[in-house]
Design a protein around this ligand. Structure first.
Ligand code: PGA
Length: 251
């Protein structure tokens, strides 16, 4: 179902105590507050169980930032979807550009991860987005739609309906440069049209498409006001409760 979602992506920040402090601070602020979106925090693996136990997960969903591409077995250092699920987490961020770039995650690997995540009953927050050279060449729509064609568009309609899409132009991630409201809307509209072409207008209308890339309290309202922008995936500004709440308040 299409929902407004504000999801934090802590990346590799905060030790366990710092992460717990941030999560409980957020939980305290949101407890009696009326909010108009779903809230998710994407923590490092080792924080998941403690964070999920410390907060009201009906109010703040907990997300991993990755999962193994295998179900279980002799894969030293990996974390399976079942392990993630057993912590109380309900989401997995997949296909982040940092994973694609630094850890060589291909569409093939991501297909396995998406499938395992869905099989475990967890919600994938599936990232896509173009680098600056592609934006400068003007081929960003084709590029990003192709990222979806190679991966989540291969899912059955029933499975695709469980996926949240996050559009994150790489040139806007952590750079302080945000896509303009028009640039975000243009891409989100193109993605929704591609979903309609691949599935149906109804499915497209039901898909949550988040924007990510230097989203902050000062620009969230304008970005979220677009008809095809259903929220944000927030990196840097999710590391301070005040900033993150400022973004949640944009809805
Ligand atoms: P940023 O990161 O908000 O720090 O730009 C967004 C993301 O990478 O998810």
């Amino acid at each position: 179902m299409r929902k407004n979602i504000v999801a934090g992506n802590w990346k590799m920040n905060k030790n366990l105590q710092e992460g717990l402090a941030l999560a409980t601070e957020l939980d305290g602020i949101l407890k009696d507050k009326e909010i108009n979106c779903d809230v998710v925090i994407g923590t490092p693996f080792i924080h998941l169980a403690s964070v999920a136990a410390a907060i009201d997960t009906d109010k703040i969903g907990v997300s991993a930032q990755n999962c193994a591409d295998k179900a279980s077995g002799a894969y030293t250092g990996e974390t399976s979807v079942e392990m993630i699920k057993s912590t109380g987490a309900a989401y997995v961020i997949l296909g982040h550009s940092e994973r694609r770039e630094y850890y060589a995650e291909t569409s093939e690997i991501l297909n396995d991860k998406v499938t395992l995540t869905l099989e475990a009953g967890l919600t994938p927050i599936y990232c896509c987005g173009e680098a600056l050279d592609i934006r400068e060449a003007g081929t960003q729509n084709e590029f990003v739609i192709n990222q979806l064609k190679e991966t989540v568009f291969k899912l059955s309609e029933e499975d695709f309906k469980k996926v949240v899409i996050a559009y994150e132009p790489i040139w806007a991630i952590g750079t302080g440069v945000t896509a303009s409201s028009d640039q975000a809307q243009e891409m989100h509209k193109a993605l929704r049209e591609a979903i309609a072409a691949n599935y149906s207008a109804e499915v497209a209308d039901e898909t949550s498409i988040l924007y990510g890339g230097s989203c902050k309290p000062s620009n969230a309202k304008e970005l979220f006001a677009n008809p095809d922008v259903d929220g944000g995936l927030i990196g840097g500004a999710s590391l301070k409760a005040e900033d993150f709440v400022g973004i949640i308040d944009a809805f």
